[in-house]
Design a protein. Structure first.
Length: 208
């Protein structure tokens, strides 16, 4: 690309050139605004790897971006701003812990029976597919112990969590300057204190 004029570059190539220009001075702090804009999937991964490598060298990399899926893969800390005011700041995992829902995914050949047992132990339950359920209110270790005590065969026992995007939307719900005119239905959530559905599961059972 060295012999081509910059005006003929694609947006992705201009992003690469911009980053190269920033690095010419070997800076200790780098500030980038939407660096992955216009890049194809390979380019997005490339710039992510470059920024992570630069950070590991001891540099401070500040990235302003709305691509939260990418931020979750490379950022150590977040600064969340809404309407010009600081909403939250701190490590990514702590932010997700504060604002995202967490639950345990359970799959078993005996969903109705096991759901009833978990309900009696204080869990909130939502059906998931034909043989599964999403459980909140009990730690994953306790669910495993109950399965062992009741001789319940498990096909899956895995921790689940909403994404950084979900956490961001929850944290900024009251600070969005512009909103869509059409409200999309939110996916069903397991909420603390929510009455659990009947333990029966069937083809019409809801899921996430």
């Amino acid at each position: 690309m060295a012999n081509r004029k910059v005006k003929t570059y694609s947006l992705g190539m201009r992003q690469r050139l911009g980053l190269a220009g920033v690095l010419l001075g070997d800076p200790r702090m780098i500030i980038l605004d939407e660096p992955a804009n216009g890049l194809d999937p390979e380019g997005v991964r490339w710039i992510r790897d470059v920024l992570v490598t630069l950070a590991r060298e001891g540099r401070t990399i500040l990235v302003s971006s709305h691509l939260l899926s990418e931020i979750s893969l490379m950022a150590d800390d977040l600064v969340v701003i809404g309407r010009g005011e600081l909403i939250d700041q701190g490590p990514v995992e702590q932010f997700i812990d504060r604002y995202a829902q967490r639950w345990v995914r359970v799959r078993t050949p005996r969903p109705a029976e096991f759901a009833d047992v978990l309900h009696q132990a204080g869990a909130q339950i939502r059906p998931h597919g034909q043989d599964g359920m999403d459980v909140q209110g009990l730690p994953i270790e306790r669910i495993g112990e109950i399965a062992l005590q009741t001789q319940t065969l498990l096909h899956e026992l895995s921790p689940q969590a909403e994404s950084l995007e979900d956490a961001f939307l929850s944290a900024t719900a009251g600070a969005q300057e512009y909103r869509s005119g059409v409200q999309q239905p939110a996916p069903p959530r397991i909420l603390p204190g929510q009455p659990p559905p009947p333990p029966g599961f069937g083809p019409t059972g809801g899921g996430r």
